[in-house]
Design a protein around this ligand. Sequence first.
Ligand code: T5A
Length: 212
Amino acid sequence: MRGKFITIEGTEGVGKTTNIQFIQNWMQAKKLPFVATREPGGTPLAEQIRDLLLSPRDELVCDTAELLLMFAGRAQHLHQVIEPSLEEGAWVLCDRFTDATYAYQGAGRNMRDDLIAELEMIVQGSLRPDLTLILDIPVELGLKRASDRSEPDRFELEQTEFFELVRNGYLKIAEQNPDRCVVIDASQPLADVQRDINIALEAFWFSSEESG
Ligand code: T5A
């Protein structure tokens, strides 16, 4: 049976990396075969593209170049990791996917959604995540957590207003896709965030089992 595709999303410092380990533990407890991966990245080529995208640089990266690099890495990642894993019956847990493109390049950089949708169709066809956990947090708190943890990457150098647009972009995606998206209040203490993630995973598991 084909595996399930779960993505985890949110603005900077929202706690994706921290909670991915928790979700992996949940999958292990369910004895599910799974692959944990990330975007941008997930293959050697796509990781090189990630470095190009995240390294701070003097040259201003134009929006179209940024968008196309995101999808170039995604095409390789899908071809080499995501599709074959799902096909073999493994669950795929991905730290960010195309919702990040709608949120960052679409809402954040003001690129047209129909243009992103066209690239999405070319690169993914009909593939979409089965479940998306959107960790939501006030922008300032997320940026504070991210800056306490490490040096800023090229995106983290953006102004607060940019991340407000990104956050609203994610909330709009959640509103438009209630069947697959669950918004989690990530400003709570970690134990409470993980309790809510567990509830979402169990509900998804139950409905997957029901539908066979
Ligand atoms: N991007 C990506 C696009 O623009 N378009 C796209 O299509 C894609 C795929 C990728 C960048 O690329 C952009 C978006 C991003 O800017 P990334 O590394 O995936 O970069 O994203 P980041 O948000 O930068 O990821 P981070 O690793 O910085 O943040 P996380 O993983 O969300 O946060 P995490 O888990 O490292 O937590 C941050 C700190 O907070 C603490 C943790 O211990 C850690 O110190 N923390 C908590 N503290 C208190 N209470 C809680 N509940 C906490 N949860 C975590």
